[in-house]
Design a protein around this ligand. Structure first.
Ligand SMILES: [Zn+2]
Ligand SMILES: [Zn+2]
Length: 85
């Protein structure tokens, strides 16, 4: 993923964060939004995705990172592609 891509913060829709800063922002913003954070679930396909509980099933169906799960050695592995910047 392009590290300059803007991503929307799951805690505050007004936050747009560059992809390379996203993990840091999530940590910081979660502390400021504890009540929202409790309602969010981490996507099993991409640790950067935080989804409201009620949308979790839908997200699992439609997650764009689903494709990054590939059969490997008979097992299915999940790749978390954190960009290094
Ligand atoms: Zn935020
Ligand atoms: Zn996802």
């Amino acid at each position: 993923m392009d590290p300059e891509t803007l991503m929307q913060c799951p805690y505050d829709k007004n936050h747009k964060i560059r992809a390379c800063r996203f993990p840091y922002h999530l940590v910081k913003c979660r502390q400021n939004n504890q009540s929202v954070a409790k309602q969010l679930v981490t996507c099993p396909y991409n640790a950067r995705h935080r989804i409201p509980k009620e949308q979790f099933n839908l997200h699992i169906e439609t997650c764009e990172h689903k494709v990054s799960i590939e059969p490997y050695g008979g097992k299915r592995m999940i790749y978390f592609n954190w960009s290094n910047c």
